[in-house]
Design a protein around this ligand. Structure first.
Ligand SMILES: [Zn+2]
Length: 435
């Protein structure tokens, strides 16, 4: 059963026709109402645009939006509606530089809620479920906007936010909560507190669904299986998105480990070759940077926005779940991409190999890039596993280097560092160190 069967099951050609209709209207809105885009596109703004000719327009970078907001606070001059049309604003967590202001109109907020609900529904949430939402409600979209998305599925939503872990656990028991929405790293803390304070095991909470957001942890099958075994719930990555484009764009369904791109009727996705910028087909095996264009957005419409996420298409035809939307995996970030002997690589791939050897390493690592590259091998620092004694480090180094060589095909030089010596941060940690 699909949340929006009339759109989720339609095949690519029909979806494309629908997207073209939406884009004709959106293009008129952008070129008439957004000062930023009128100036950026110049004479191109006079053209009638199709989704094919979109490829001739320049890309939009996050730095441009940031500059626009600095010059014209708070919304920037890419805003395409007057202030009285704006009903909600968020600030994004700025890992680099200052956070961005995201503004939504009534229709924008309704679309975000409906399409996000489509994604959470695909991940398994249903009316009658009681889901506790444990993301930060202070300013950012993961809080109240994702809360409203959860509600839009028809499920009963308990607003909790972050912190107060013992109270959270007591509340879950008291209210008979059967689903949790949080980051993938949170259950580890919950387990600890559950055992210490309540003397209970995770399975005793009888959750049926774990809906995860904000971190890539679930891409690691061992991590996901371990979580499902200890908790007895189905663990799903339910929330791939970026607030400036669309809060929730992708989620896993019950039939695949990959993410569905759920929002084809609101966001036009392009994949671009990271080296040449050429548009690539959305076909099985294609890897490219995800570039997004809003098709139906009033207040802060974006055109050809560079997400800096490099994605690999893992399924372009219909899925066993009945959805036609293409599937993908995150390969890495363009900021982190590096080149070894002519091949593009991502630190996340290095980390994925390390994580298959929990007896040797904690999996925390940094790829070290000395100079501009290209490089002749992968240089990385990897933390020893907590139980590994220093006399075993040389053997661990050799085994990890061999594992990377066989999995990624590039030579590696690993430096083993003590457990706990690489900083953990609450947000997204960069796995790259440049020297
Ligand atoms: Zn599916």
């Amino acid at each position: 059963m699909l949340f929006h069967p009339e759109i989720e099951a339609i095949l690519a050609p029909d979806l494309r026709a629908h997207q073209e209709r939406l884009w004709r209207r959106q293009w008129d809105h952008v070129r008439e109402d957004s000062g930023f885009y009128r100036a950026k596109f110049g004479s191109s703004a006079r053209r009638a645009a199709t989704l094919d000719s979109l490829a001739d327009l320049p890309l939009t970078d996050k730095d441009e939006l940031r500059a626009s907001q600095e010059q014209m606070p708070p919304y920037g001059d890419y805003v395409a509606a007057p202030p009285e049309r704006i009903i909600r604003l968020h600030r994004t967590s700025g890992t680099t530089g200052r956070g961005m202001i995201v503004a939504l109109g009534r229709a924008d907020a309704d679309i975000v809620a409906a399409l996000g609900a489509r994604a959470y529904w695909a991940a398994g949430l249903r009316p009658g479920d009681r889901v506790i939402h444990c993301l930060n409600y202070c300013l950012w979209t993961g809080g109240v906007t994702d809360h409203l998305i959860l509600e839009a599925t028809g499920a009963t939503v308990v607003p909790f936010g972050v912190g107060y872990t013992p109270l959270l656990l007591r509340t879950m028991i008291e209210l008979g909560v059967n689903a949790i929405s949080c980051t993938p790293s949170y259950p580890a803390l919950l387990e600890q507190v559950l055992r210490q304070e309540l003397g209970m095991e995770p399975r005793e909470l009888k959750l049926r669904l774990g809906l995860f957001a904000g971190e890539a942890g679930l891409d690691n099958p061992d991590f996901r299986l371990g979580l499902e075994e200890r908790w007895g719930f189905a663990a799903r990555n339910a929330n791939f998105g970026m607030s400036e484009v669309m809060s929730v764009m992708g989620s896993q369904c019950e039939a695949t480990n990959d993410l569905h791109f759920h929002c084809g009727d609101a966001v036009f996705a392009e994949l671009l070759d990271p080296a040449t910028g050429a548009r690539l087909p959305i076909a099985d095996g294609t890897t490219g940077e995800l570039v997004c264009t809003n098709l139906d957005k009033e207040v802060q419409p974006l055109v050809r926005y560079r997400t800096r996420d490099i994605v690999t298409v893992t399924g372009a035809g219909p899925c066993a779940c009945g959805r036609a939307a293409w599937r993908f995996r995150i390969a890495g970030r363009t900021d982190d991409m590096f080149n070894v002997r002519g091949v593009n690589m991502f630190p996340t791939a290095v980390q994925a190999v390390l994580r298959t050897h929990p007896a040797l390493t904690s999996g925390e690592c940094r790829v070290v890039l000395a100079g501009p590259g290209p490089y002749d091998r992968i240089a990385a620092r990897a933390e020893a596993a907590e139980s590994l004694s220093p006399q075993d480090w040389p053997a661990a180094k050799a085994r990890l280097e061999a594992a990377i060589k066989s999995a990624i095909g590039a030579g590696a030089a690993i430096e083993i560092v003590p457990f706990g010596s690489l900083p953990r941060t609450a947000g997204k940690t960069s796995l790259v160190e440049r020297k």
